[in-house]
Design a protein around this ligand. Sequence first.
Ligand code: AHG
Ligand code: MN
Ligand code: MN
Length: 374
Amino acid sequence: MPLSGRWTLTRYLIEERRRFPGASGDFNALVLDVALACKAIARIVAFGTLPGTPDTLGTALHAGQPPGAATGGEVNVQGEVQKPLDVLSNAIFVRTNEWNGHLAGLASEEMEGPQQIPASYPRGKYLLLFDPLDGSSNIDVNGAVGSVFSVLRAPQDVIDSGRDVIEADFLQPGAAQVAAGYAIYGPSTMLVLSVGNGVAGFTLNPHLGEFVLSHPGIQVPEETQEFAINSSNSRFWEPPVKRYVDECLAGRTGPRGKDFNMRWIASMVAEAHRILMRGGVFMYPRDTKDPAKPGRLRLLYEANPVGFIMEQAGGRASTGRQPVLGVKPSALHQRIGLVFGSKSEVERIERYHHEPVPSDAPAPLFAPRSLFRA
Ligand code: AHG
Ligand code: MN
Ligand code: MN
């Protein structure tokens, strides 16, 4: 039985590995390097915009430039402006993990294509996919941000041949993940991890510089009265989402017969963490805002790792139409509608997507008890 407050992340990983007597330990070493990257990012985030941000891993991006002043301002492959901390966090993830011989390649929100392992290092059997800084718009307002990562096994021919990785090697469904997790940089720094045997949460002990097990066996509460959605998009929502939100807003006298609370942090990692701790449902559904973007969040390094964590914690993650972990990806930076959290709510939202929309139904947003009363 894991000992809360006494087990370090290293001990947790070693105890988990004992379930697999043949395991080499490569995987554990990889997770520890990911955790190191998260600790380094936590330090940098904690310094805010102060000059002289400590680059504890020596990840200066450009020789002669102070790390705190590292680039940014450029547009990533998503068409989003990169903040300096997006760029620096990405570099920390790459530098901390490319050398250890456990990876065949890396992919990130901030890099257009797969990142090869430099020729000077051995290549391993895993692929690491990550969003190095999630919710980075919160940086300017000193709100919670995080990092989120997914570990896949490289295709066998990549392992056998040691060839360069290509995009197709990463296009595996979320159900194939070996591990997934996130770090949240909030009032305390936490790492929440699943290696496929439930979900464990570790809090960074700043005195030790170690992640210490604080939340063993995390379970998403099944019932909830809290939802999270960016309602400024409501005019673009599809009818099942409008219906679900309308019914929540209708409260005690509506079809749900109870009042709901709402939260929106604009940081998926922080949202996922709240839901793991006290239940709830998060929606960034497919909408009609931009036909070129079927959803806001990215499948491979946002939806899949959070989906894996939710399912491992007894919750559920869905596109609205099907379990997110079953989706066969078609592109590295593919976007997708995402709904996750307490199982019964996610199942209800899926059910609404499968039920026909009544043809005589009033436009839900302007119906009685709607967001905007007609
Ligand atoms: P990122 O900072 O990595 O681009 O991700 C931000 C994401 C996600 O964390 C959050 O849930 C969502 O974008 C917020 O979107 P809105 O700005 O539409 O609220
Ligand atoms: Mn993100
Ligand atoms: Mn990001």
